[in-house]
Design a protein around this ligand. Structure first.
Ligand SMILES: [Zn+2]
Length: 124
């Protein structure tokens, strides 16, 4: 079975294959976010999986890297720290390398989701 699920982190829909029921955890294949399925009928509703912020962002970047076949450089811990700072100040994981705290810059940012790593060799 194919299900179309909207990810509120990266704000696009992705396809999930297999059984789906309320309470299930699914991974967004676009950004790596873990989501909790709230409802399946009449339409699928999902939200960010409730978990500690640092656990959430670590899991998301690890999953995203695994999905894309990327590896982290030596800056990983500094970036996680920067992401946590942004979360505490601005309420979400906006990229610490970017000035604007806008949805497009929520980690992994839109350019990174659009294959910037493949083009540039790294994110930003
Ligand atoms: Zn997503």
């Amino acid at each position: 079975m194919k299900h179309k699920i909207f990810c509120e982190v990266c704000r696009v829909s992705f396809i999930h294959r297999g059984e789906l029921k309320a309470g299930a955890a699914v991974i967004c294949t676009v950004c790596g976010a873990r989501l909790e399925v709230l409802e399946v009928e009449p339409e699928i509703k999902a939200r960010r999986f409730p978990q500690e912020p640092e656990q959430e962002i670590r899991e998301r970047v690890d999953t995203f890297a695994r999905l894309r076949g990327y590896i982290f450089n030596a800056e990983k811990e500094n970036i996680i720290e920067g992401l946590m700072d942004k979360y505490k100040k601005f309420g979400d994981f906006y990229c610490p390398c970017r000035f604007d705290n806008i949805p497009e810059n929520i980690c992994p940012c839109l350019e990174t989701r659009m294959n910037q790593v493949k083009k540039e060799g790294q994110c930003l």
